[in-house]
Ligand binder design. Structure first.
Ligand code: AMP
Ligand code: MG
Length: 422
């Protein structure tokens, strides 16, 4: 048996980041930038007003106060998106709106609230004079050219994850496209004679194929593009054909057929089609796992596609996906933060660990005044998918810990959907 860390290390060593693609910025959300993005101009491009008010010369209003206004001649009005050709000379002011370029001569903006503007609301647009109630520092209420971004500097570095803010920064630089590491296409193949497609009637002895969907949804969540293949039956020829089909992707994930059962022929087929290791990983659920490379001839080139063979039990396949497939997909996308965040919580029920494996127990996290609580979501059988659905965390019981008592602390890995607990 190998440890969870050892298995992860081997898997990560065998996958590499994919090549870049260039596409419209909105389609790049959650992908990793593969270029340094430089600013071709300053942002803001000109000094401009941070407030609605009057552009003035600070010199002219040095003595202004509430009971002692300084009156200035209003020479023009300028709104955002327009440039006034006039200059603010001694004793004058210009009515200015937020975002409008600072007119020549002016070095400060006085807010409407600090003038007699509001006392003359109805005719303020037509008034030739404005009374200013406050003095102003040079630069007051003015956003200076380049205060956000200076021309020629790197604004976003290669390797940056593009979140909504970065997509906005790209747009502010006038970039409509960006170069990012592309998303991996992940083939998903369920194996088993007992499996039935979700849109078919269920006959005796059959169950619906849930793994294809849970795994495909997990692939989507971490940014990959799932490609669902038809269910492969437990016989060599169709399985070979499906695996070969699945190898036309960046990664193949199979579920089922890797344990000790009589019909677990996936192992044999995989060994014939490439370089595959079968591991028993010291974890529960999810002990049997396969990992390797499928070889496929494409024209003159022999391609090698990483393959991860997850156990068939629905909970085992999801938990092994979390521990191994998710990091591999993230690495392919150029990301380097693979680990799910963990917190420490008080366990509400005891968990026994009889055989020295690392247990990932499905729990629901809640918070009270003393801190986090983790409560088991019900029976922990590896076929009980609803207990996965009720969970927002996986409590981790270490290999060398035979028992965690109720009331003791455990580390909990946060799952999808745990955002709502904060
Ligand atoms: P296996 O790993 O193939 O021995 O399967 C272990 C258990 O998981 C069996 O009870 C299977 O019926 C079940 N199982 C395997 N594949 C799927 C699937 N795609 N969807 C739902 N259950 C599955
Ligand atoms: Mg099977």
């Amino acid at each position: 048996m190998i440890s969870v860390e050892e298995a992860l290390e081997k898997i990560l060593a065998a996958v590499s980041r994919l090549e870049p693609e260039e596409k419209p910025i909105l389609e790049c959300l959650d992908q990793v930038l593969d270029e340094d993005v430089y600013a071709g101009f300053d942002i803001p491009p000109l000094d401009n007003a941070a407030m609605d008010g009057y552009a003035v010369r600070s010199k002219d209003i040095g003595g202004a106060a509430k009971g002692r206004p300084v009156y200035l001649d209003v020479i023009d009005e300028v709104a955002a998106g327009h440039v006034s050709t006039k200059n603010v000379a001694e004793g004058t002011a210009m009515r200015i709106m937020t975002g409008a370029p600072r007119p020549g001569g002016a070095d400060a903006v006085v807010r409407f609230e600090d003038s007699d503007e509001l006392e003359h609301k109805d005719d303020s647009k037509r008034r030739a004079k404005i009374g200013i109630f406050v003095a102003a520092e040079k630069g007051q209420n003015i956003r200076s050219r380049g205060e956000d971004i200076q021309s020629g500097t790197i604004v976003l570095k290669r390797g940056t994850l593009l979140r909504p803010a970065e997509i906005g920064v790209l747009a502010s630089l006038g970039k409509s496209r960006a170069r990012v590491i592309r998303r991996p296409i992940v083939s998903i193949l369920s194996t088993g004679d007992e499996l039935c497609k979700v849109n078919q009637p269920l006959s005796p002895g059959k169950i619906y194929d849930s793994n294809s969907y849970a795994i495909a949804a997990s692939v989507l969540k971490c940014g990959g593009i799932p490609k669902l293949l038809d269910i492969a039956r437990d016989s060599i020829r169709p399985l070979k054909a499906q695996i070969s089909h699945g190898a036309d992707a960046d990664m193949l994930i199979t579920s089922g057929g890797v344990s000790m059962g009589d019909y677990d022929i996936v192992k044999d087929v995989l060994s014939q089609m490439g370089q595959i290791d079968f591991w028993t990983v010291r974890m529960k659920p999810g002990k049997p796992l396969a990992f390797g490379q499928i070889r496929k001839q494409k024209g003159k080139v022999m391609r090698e596609v990483p393959h991860l063979g997850l156990p068939g039990n629905p909970v085992s396949s999801m938990i092994t996906f979390e521990q191994f497939a998710r990091p591999a997909i993230l690495k392919m996308m150029g990301k380097d933060d693979f680990a799910r965040p963990t917190i420490t919580a008080t366990l509400d029920q005891p968990i026994k660990n009889n055989d020295g494996r690392r247990i990932f127990a499905r729990v629901r996290l809640t918070r009270d005044r003393e801190g986090w609580h983790a409560s088991l979501t019900g029976p922990q059988g590896s076929g009980i998918l609803t207990s996965m659905s009720a969970a927002n965390g996986l409590a981790i019981v270490p290999e060398d810990c035979p028992l965690v008592r109720a009331g003791e602390k455990v580390k909990v890995q946060l799952l999808e959907g745990s955002e709502s607990i904060w």
